[in-house]
Write a new protein. Structure first.
Length: 207
């Protein structure tokens, strides 16, 4: 299995629907109440598309990507147009060190918040509360940021755009030939997580 540093083209990615998935364990009590606990630390994203009446160029592109990835074996980058931007996201860092950090997004609702690692980055900038840039290098395949100098003590933020690492969910990809220059295909994708080696990410809120 490999992570291919290539992005699924917009010619087909606009046709997908999907989003985050969580796994919640449920336990029913004898008094009728219910206990629910999160079984996954981070969400997993899933996407699906029914392409109807697609042109030959889009059909050929899908077939080529599927072959290159050897079905569901290899992962690639996918742009989720419902959620692909980070804007002034708080970033916890090991202050006073030059240790690299994992970029992540925080989703808030009232007092609750969920942390999501961002591991496929289009571009990103890290800066202080006053807007002063932190120079360094971002690894577009892991979402790790490597500072050029020691982290300051000031609050830090990051902004940018990102993708999702995904793979095909099936080793079989059927394309229906409806008529000349008229084809239909169903494609399903599932998120691939990479190992997180940094220790700067906070835990999500739990009651």
């Amino acid at each position: 299995m490999a992570f291919l540093n290539a992005v699924l083209d917009e010619v087909v990615s606009y046709g997908f629907e999907g989003g985050p998935e969580y796994k919640t364990g449920e336990t029913g009590l004898s008094n009728g109440l219910q206990i629910r606990d999160s079984e996954w630390i981070y969400p997993r994203h899933r996407y699906s598309a029914m392409f109807e009446n697609i042109e030959e160029e889009a059909r050929d592109y899908l077939i080529e990507v599927f072959h290159a990835c050897r079905g569901k074996r290899h992962a690639f980058k996918f742009k989720d147009y419902n959620d692909f931007k980070a804007d002034r996201e708080p970033l916890q860092v090991p202050q006073g060190t030059t240790n690299p950090v994992q970029l992540y997004r925080t989703y808030r609702f009232g007092e609750a918040y969920t942390i999501r690692p961002i591991q496929a980055v289009a571009f990103a900038s890290v800066y202080t509360e006053s807007g002063e840039a932190i120079t360094g290098t971002v690894d577009s395949e892991t979402g790790m940021f490597y500072p050029d100098a020691a982290w300051p003590t000031a609050p830090l933020y990051w902004s940018g755009e990102f993708y999702v690492w995904v793979h095909f969910t099936d080793d079989y990809n059927a394309v229906t030939i409806n008529s000349w220059r008229n084809h239909t295909a169903t494609v399903e994708l599932e998120e691939d997580k990479r190992e997180i080696v940094a220790n700067n990410m906070p835990m999500s809120w739990e009651e």
